[in-house]
Design a protein around this ligand. Sequence first.
Ligand code: FES
Length: 97
Amino acid sequence: MPKIVFLNEGKRAHVAAGRTVLDVALELGVAIGHVCGGGGTCSTCRVACVLNPENLSPIQPNEIAYELGENVRLGCQARIEGDVGVRVVPIPRAILV
Ligand code: FES
């Protein structure tokens, strides 16, 4: 089972391959935005994959549209396929209201 570590909160878990980063973050109580509920349309669930970004599923077209930057993914679209380390990207409050 792959391991994911949320480096900014020191939380970690072994998870079934194929789960999304957002699902696991919410299960662990990691503070992460998810305004659209995981639909891939709000971009508030951004995570920077700082360890083994190649172990996340391929980038989806809607992620490309957001121009997220190198190794930044939407947590609701990125599926865990191997060990990874991520940091939640803080979203400015202005975007959330
Ligand atoms: S929760 Fe909205 S894009 Fe991921």
